[in-house]
Design a binder for this molecule. Structure first.
Ligand code: PGA
Length: 258
């Protein structure tokens, strides 16, 4: 039985897409067409420059807004960075951390994540930690080793009592933006393994922590992935840029709670 705390969660990662004006237009279409009271937690992750417009456009709705990254220090001489208090003041609910594109192109390290996750939690922001193996690592049978390393390192400084406040997104790098989706079975295996890693720290947290799948999730494949017992939702990139595509994925998640 899935505990209540594991309400299905769909997050749309817009990456470096949408100006503030485009974000506002998106929110209007989304609110007009999204069936309310569907039991699914929905979040949008716009670029920093569109956070305020997205929040404003969503008004008093229950849809959450997450940033795509955050610096670990509350303030300082870190040109180009954004801190937790800055996000909190805007009304942002949480932040993606450790997305593979940040690890690959911007030198995001497990060491930095060790500080970022507690900093987010301390500020009252929900961290969504992204982990996942490359194609080479999967082919070499290194998937579990990589996931163990990423999950253990990133959560090292999170107290057991707060582990379930972190959302984890399993995103195999080879499936991101490539159209190559992991099979539902592959995603379930990796996510079951991630849940067990949290369980090595706290059995209670393992039952409550939400673990999402990400990587080429589309309206056509969402239902099969979301039906897996350990998969609590999806982190959706490309398909979240279109409100209708995102709504179809939310509808597939809602069918799981019926
Ligand atoms: P994708 O991206 O759905 O476009 O593969 C997922 C992500 O990077 O979060």
């Amino acid at each position: 039985m899935t505990p209540d705390a594991r309400r299905p969660y769909i997050a749309g990662n817009w990456k470096m897409f949408k100006t503030a004006g485009e974000a506002r237009e998106f929110t209007q279409k989304l609110l007009a067409r999204l069936p309310m009271g569907n039991g699914v937690e929905l979040a949008l992750c716009p670029p920093f420059t569109a956070l305020a417009a997205t929040l404003d456009g969503l008004g008093g709705s229950e849809i959450k807004v997450l940033a795509q990254n955050m610096h670990q220090e509350p303030e300082g001489a870190f040109t180009g960075e954004v801190s937790a208090p800055m996000l909190v003041e805007l009304g942002v609910h949480g932040t993606l951390l450790g997305h593979s594109e940040r690890r690959q192109y911007f030198n995001e390290t497990d060491r930095a994540l060790q500080e970022k996750i507690p900093a987010a939690l301390g500020a009252g922001l929900q961290p969504m930690l992204c982990v996942g193996e490359s194609e080479d690592e999967r082919e070499e049978g290194e998937t579990q080793r990589k996931l163990r390393h990423q999950v253990q390192e990133a959560l090292e400084r999170v107290p057991d009592a707060q582990l379930a406040d972190v959302v984890i997104a399993y995103e195999p790098i080879w499936a991101i933006g490539t159209g190559k989706v992991a099979t539902a079975e592959m995603a379930q295996d990796a996510i079951g393994f991630i849940r067990a890693l949290v369980g090595d720290r706290s059995k209670d947290a393992a039952e409550r922590v939400r673990v999402l799948y990400g990587g080429s999730v589309k309206p056509e494949n969402a239902a099969a992935i979301l039906a897996q017992p350990d998969i609590d939702g999806a982190l959706v990139g490309g398909a979240s840029l279109d409100p209708d595509g995102l709504i179809e994925i939310v509808t597939a998640a809602a069918a799981q709670v019926q």
